[in-house]
Design a protein around this ligand. Sequence first.
Ligand code: DQA
Length: 147
Amino acid sequence: MKILVMNGPNLNMLGIREPALYGREDYAELVRRTKAKAEALGVEVSFYQSNHEGDLVDRIQAAYGQEDGIVINPGAYTHTSVAILDAVKAVSLPTVEVHISDVASREDFRQVSYIRRACIATVMGRGIDGYGEALEILSEYLKGRKE
Ligand code: DQA
């Protein structure tokens, strides 16, 4: 089982960026911890981060026929991007949305999520461990589909 873990804009700034909201761990630590969780679950993971909407769309398209599912934190594009939503719909891969912070208790403009319409679940407010939780949800879902 192959899962793509994607991060959008400014998530490369983890550790530096607003630590009270996003924590002190950096992107490398996010990758390390999520890989450890993937190993424990017996799933193969690849990681991708970009600050550019079109690059995120390209990577989602490239997952078609190559990966079995997607864990995605689109960052600010969560609240604006129809293109990323359409890309996930186009490849029709089971997808879980992740947010490090609890977006539900933040500003009004963060209450809209385009990507959520194409996702089987959302994990929010769990820090970087939320990626591991998302992997677990997705791997259970994919296993259920194969049985
Ligand atoms: C975020 C929440 C978004 O509102 C914000 O723009 C981000 C990070 C999160 O992980 O909590 O960049 O997706």
